[in-house]
Design a protein around this ligand. Structure first.
Ligand code: T4K
Length: 381
């Protein structure tokens, strides 16, 4: 039971979307109303594709109504079949996208430094049925893209990155979205750049761009020609309008996330049993999440006990990513889903807790989160 004073404390969620002033959005809405063009490659849609490609430093962006449909379509674009090597330490949409294409997910363990697919563990999972690798840049931490590409090239495999968290991330000044054959973004309400619901496929290949655009629009090449069994994955004009406004603010938003992340790092550095990810050199991060890892024995309380205690204080941290997708009923029967094959992913998913992190989080609110972590540490002893 929460006490009266606890109930009055403002809830702090893991994230909260940044929105432009409402009057700025209504100005865009007026244009949509004037034009009566609501979807199907409208003016704002085309403008956002162009502006995003420029901002992200990639050649082509194809907008989608959400990231999951973009993932499902990306697999269709490259005609992926059979088995795909992927990570269980992700949001369930990554694994479901394979399932929707009747592809068998083959789960690969992760590296403890990044939480991304461990490139050293990929090759043993390759069989004659393997056609592609589907890694995730978890929390926006770039995968070992060079090593993964080398393996893919040797074995003739495609690489599709689930880059749902990796908006704007660069390595050595180059967009991480240029890695592999295709990258898929999510613009969901919980992402640093949002169109409420939304997503995109990124490619540098003009032929692939064409195929993506056919596939997201039922397969239409013209009024009477259907090129492929497409789906309806189109983004509408209202979503695109919000995206255009978001793009003006996203750099500022990333820099305030960076400041908050640095404060967390400074304040949480000395807490026994609590660790966080080291930053890699040469990376321009987007600071989309702040995961901490709780070693119950040293901290004095398990991750789940801490999670529940924080909830009582109206702090809604989230366990991204627990449970592993390999443990869900539709996947756990697969040989690669066995816990003994996924020791690091299993361990980390039991320890992780993503703390509130978003531009509107005040220093006082962040101090509240840090204070509660310290209080729980003391109580645990
Ligand atoms: N691949 C990866 C690696 C992904 O992480 C995701 C999505 C996808 C693919 C699929 O992309 P999309 O099809 O979604 O575009 C959330 C999101 O729904 C999901 O988009 C995201 N990953 C995942 C990591 O997180 P939930 O179930 O945790 O969301 P929810 O509704 O509990 O929201 C979390 C918190 O955010 C709330 O406690 C409060 C805040 N919030 C949420 C919404 C929806 C707001 O303040 N405003 C809002 O409108 O999955």
């Amino acid at each position: 039971m929460k006490t009266k004073s606890e109930q009055n404390v403002k809830p702090l969620y893991v994230t909260r979307p940044e929105l432009p002033p409402l009057e700025d959005f209504t100005a865009y809405l007026s244009k949509i109303w004037e034009r009566r063009w609501l979807t199907n490659n409208g003016v704002f849609h085309r403008q956002l594709e162009e502006e995003l490609a420029g901002f992200l430093g990639v050649r082509y962006v194809s907008l989608f109504s959400n990231g999951t449909l973009a993932l499902v379509t990306a697999l269709q674009v490259l005609r992926i079949t059979g088995e795909v090597i992927t990570t269980p330490y992700t949001f369930v949409a990554t694994t479901h996208a394979l399932n929707w294409n009747r592809i068998k997910p083959v789960f690969c363990d992760i590296e403890p430094q990044t939480m991304n697919m461990d490139p050293e563990k990929i090759e043993v999972l390759i069989t004659p049925e393997t056609t592609a690798i589907l890694p995730v840049h978890v929390y926006g931490n770039p995968c070992a893209t060079e090593k993964i590409q080398k393996i893919a090239d040797i074995h003739g495999l495609k690489v599709i990155y689930d880059a749902a968290h990796a908006f704007g991330v660069k390595r050595d000044e180059q967009s991480i979205l240029n890695s592999g054959d295709l990258s898929v973004l999510s613009f969901h309400a919980t992402k640093i750049f949002t169109t409420m619901e939304g997503g995109a496929i990124v490619t540098n290949d003009p032929k692939l761009k064409k195929r993506i655009d056919f596939l997201k629009n039922f397969g239409f090449a013209d009024e009477t020609t259907i090129m492929a069994p497409g789906i309806n994955g189109k983004m509408n004009e209202m979503q695109a309008a919000l995206g255009l406004l978001q793009l003006k603010e996203v750099e500022e938003s990333i820099s305030s996330r960076k400041q908050l992340s640095e404060r967390y790092r400074a304040f949480l550095a000395e807490i026994p049993g609590l660790s966080f990810l080291e930053e890699q050199r040469g990376i321009q991060y987007n600071y989309s999440y702040f995961p901490v890892f709780i070693d119950g024995k040293k901290f004095g309380k398990s991750r789940d006990q801490l999670y529940e205690q924080l909830k009582k204080q109206n702090i809604f941290a989230r366990r991204y990513f627990y449970p592993l997708t390999s443990s869900f009923s539709m996947y756990r029967g697969l040989p690669s889903a066995k816990t003994k094959n996924l020791p690091i992913a299993t361990k980390m998913s039991k320890q992780v807790l993503c703390l509130p992190l978003y531009p509107g989080l005040s220093e006082e609110e962040q101090n509240r989160v840090v204070g509660q972590l310290r209080t729980n540490l003391r109580l645990g002893k």
